[in-house]
Write a protein that binds this ligand. Structure first.
Ligand code: MN
Length: 281
């Protein structure tokens, strides 16, 4: 058995996106452009409406999936195919943009805390032009696995103790866990040894070891890229800590990015802009 060790620590960068939303970009910035199959990870967390109220007015996507997980607040989602709904605290929206969708993501609140994440997961070349689809689950549909001092919300994939998340995506087989640990509690988990994986700290301190065996203390908005291995061990620091553990099957395909479009070639990105401008989404 080999245990996964930290290959790289990435600190999220403050940035602005949409119509002026303040967020922290963790994947998709110079320190970590992508972690195949993950293309982007944004964290937003503010109780100041000025930071989020402008939201994300209508914009397109093609070629990948957007996964929105809310911890606090509400977001209204609307697309050009007539789909509409509100993502509430503890809920998940897993959108397969496929061949193209135009949607808006707007805060459904005038004040209070808005907190959550958006993760972009790539699609293999053969599925980039698939029909758009949604998997939406509110907080009550996400199972919680309890271990001593530990609470695990299972969004996607299966834990080593057999808890299965409601989202299914066989193309990349993602594991998406929201793990809360009491102070000092150790967390052990096994998952696909050949999948790329990361730990992102939501709050508290998470202690991990790097490839040289050096102990690392990760804080809020830091992400650890994990090396390969079939087990993971980490520990909460001296306060309650919370983290995302995410893993997925790498696609090993060329990535061509053009803003909201992620394809395999620049020509396919140009085609996406052209199709969007002609109203063919
Ligand atoms: Mn979007």
């Amino acid at each position: 058995m080999s245990s996964r060790k930290v290959k790289q620590v990435v600190t999220g960068q403050a940035t602005t996106d949409g119509a002026g939303v303040e967020l922290v970009r963790v994947i998709g910035q110079p320190e970590l452009m992508d972690l195949d199959p993950f293309l982007l990870l944004d964290a937003f967390r503010s109780d100041n409406p000025d930071d989020y109220i402008a939201g994300f007015p209508p914009h397109p996507h093609r070629g990948f999936e957007t996964v929105t997980y809310l911890l606090n607040g509400k977001m209204r989602h609307q697309d050009n195919a007539g789909n509409e709904g509100v993502i509430e605290a503890g809920g998940i929206q897993w959108m397969t943009a496929g061949k193209g969708i135009v949607h808006s993501e707007m805060p459904e609140q005038q004040n209070g805390l808005l907190e959550g994440f958006q993760l972009w997961i790539n699609l293999p070349s053969m599925y980039k032009m698939t029909t758009p689809a949604y998997q939406e689950h509110d907080a009550t549909q996400i199972p919680t696995e309890l271990r001593p001092g530990t609470e695990i919300r299972v969004i996607s994939g299966e834990t080593s103790q057999g808890t299965v998340g409601p989202v299914s995506q066989p193309l990349t087989n993602p594991l998406y866990l929201d793990v809360s640990l009491q102070a000092g509690v150790e967390f052990n988990e096994n998952f696909a040894a050949d999948h790329n994986a990361f730990v992102y700290v939501i709050n508290g301190t998470v202690m991990l070891k790097d490839v040289d065996g050096v102990k690392l203390n990760l804080e809020c908005d830091q992400l650890a890229v994990l090396g390969r291995g079939d087990s993971l061990t980490l520990r909460a620091g001296d306060q309650t800590s919370r983290l995302l553990l995410v893993a997925g099957k790498p696609l090993n395909e060329p990535v061509a990015r053009g803003g909201p479009f992620v394809m395999n070639t620049d020509e396919e990105v140009r085609q996406a802009f052209s199709d969007y401008q002609r109203g063919n989404f």
